[in-house]
Ligand binder design. Structure first.
Ligand code: PLP
Length: 437
């Protein structure tokens, strides 16, 4: 079933029914191994002459159905489901880098990615150079012959400034460097491959699952990057792989299509590092995907109304929302890269600073106070007293976290109830404190 419409894709991409049972809903294939027909069949599977199931660390039919749906939704050629969003980010880079190599990353990142890039990857010999997304040319300036990828998030919080995907992808393509986009905060409303990205990663834990039940991640290969054109830049894909009988991935899988990158991630990295997704979690993500387009519409609609409400509130100094950017460049990027809404995340600053931020959070009744985004329920956090509390004030400010900053992940409850909860919590946050007698 071919369709350009996400509502149809999420339901009909991938297997229509289970071949064995005719089940309409993808079953949970809770199995570790798969029986081979005979020794020749087993040998062919291991040699990648035939494609089929061997062992659930590297492939599983439930995970495969999720991979097919996500590939179609993002417009790529193949995907690899993994155990978390963090695993997706780490593997997407490790698939290209060896010690001594580097990547260039946007400074505007989820904290977990920041730690991975600032500490763990360097400890493995992979350097990360940080570039300012406000100036796409800073990516070019940071590139050298050992640069293996660019990395960025479509809609990073807390700043919520849309990344210049097309501009940086073009610089990368001029220099032979692929752009990896973390599209976790903007599924459906942004398709990074349409703007030149080469690889997309998601934390499926967030909007894709949508119900706050499971941790998972996925890497999607756009199939649009010529890894062999710059032979020396991508040795992991162009040089014989001693762990796989000397296979050269760009040659070995050529007859199957432009899938060298994602096949290597599966048969080498997942085989060796083992961050596999459980089929049960894959099932949960498939259930989530089926309503993702509907939920994103509601998240976007509710978030836009929350942003306008906050803009008019006297206790709010500033609202941070991609649909409200006053800066012309930012507004233009939001319009270029986001379609059908500006996402479900809204930031705002309370005029009375950190204490008011904490009072606001403590007064919420409907919003959950959690370090998460993308749930059907509305969520809130005060970064200065939680996620960013270990940072010095200067570092908090440079990451966009002011003392009174509050981040909302607006859910799909009725908008009247969402606003009513914000209203009473803002009143509590700004009420004069009783003075001790
Ligand atoms: N990318 C983004 C934008 C995130 O917000 C997160 C988690 O909050 C991750 C990646 C990591 O995902 P996970 O928690 O599934 O490992």
């Amino acid at each position: 079933m071919q369709s350009r419409n996400p509502e149809t894709m999420v339901l009909h991409a991938g297997p229509r029914t289970d071949g064995g049972s005719g089940a309409v809903v993808v079953p949970i294939f809770q199995t570790t191994a798969y029986e081979f027909k005979n020794t020749e069949h087993a040998a062919n599977l291991f040699a990648l002459k035939d494609f089929g199931n061997i062992y659930s660390r590297i492939m599983n039919p439930t995970c495969d159905a999720l991979e097919q749906k996500m590939t179609t939704l993002e417009g790529g050629v193949a995907a690899l489901a993994v155990s978390s969003g963090q695993a997706a980010t780490a593997l997407s880079i490790q698939n290209l880098c060896r010690p001594g190599d580097n990547i260039v990353s946007s400074t505007d990142l989820y904290g977990g990615s920041w730690n991975l890039f600032a500490n763990t990857l360097p400890s493995l010999g992979i350097t990360v150079r940080f570039a300012d997304p406000a100036d796409p040319e800073s990516f070019r300036a940071a590139t050298d012959e050992r640069t293996r990828a660019y990395y960025a998030e479509t809609l990073p919080n807390p700043k919520l400034t849309v990344f210049p995907i097309g501009e940086v992808a073009k610089i990368g393509r001029d220099l032979g460097v692929p752009l990896i986009m973390d599209n976790t905060a903007a599924p459906i409303i942004c398709r990074p491959f349409d703007h030149g990205a080469a690889v997309v990663v998601h934390s499926t834990t967030k909007y894709i699952g949508g119900h706050g039940t499971s941790i998972g991640g996925i890497i999607i290969d756009g199939g649009n990057f010529d890894w062999s054109a710059q032979h020396g830049r991508f040795p992991t894909l162009n040089e014989p792989d001693p762990s796989y009988h000397g296979a050269v991935w760009t040659e070995a899988v050529k007859p199957l299509g432009p899938i060298a990158y994602i096949i290597r991630a599966r048969v080498v990295l997942l085989r060796d590092l083992g961050s596999s997704l459980s089929p049960f979690n894959a099932f949960q993500f498939i259930q989530g995907l089926e309503t993702l387009p509907l939920r994103m519409r509601e998240h976007c609609r509710n978030a836009a109304q929350v942003a306008s409400y906050l803009q008019q509130h006297s206790a709010v100094a500033r609202v941070i929302y991609p649909g409200l950017h006053e800066d012309a460049v930012q507004a233009n990027r939001a319009n270029t890269y986001l379609r059908g809404g500006h996402g479900g995340l809204v930031g705002f600053e309370l005029s009375d600073g950190s204490a008011a931020g904490a009072r606001f959070i403590d007064a919420l009744k409907l919003f959950y106070h959690v370090a998460n985004i993308g749930d059907v329920r509305s969520l809130a956090i005060h970064p200065a007293s939680t996620t960013h509390s270990q940072l010095r004030l200067a570092d908090q400010l440079s990451s966009g976290v002011t003392p009174g900053y509050v981040r909302l992940s607006v859910g799909i409850e009725h908008i009247d109830d969402i606003i009513s909860d914000l209203d009473q919590a803002l009143a509590a946050a700004t009420r004069p404190m009783a003075t001790a007698a």
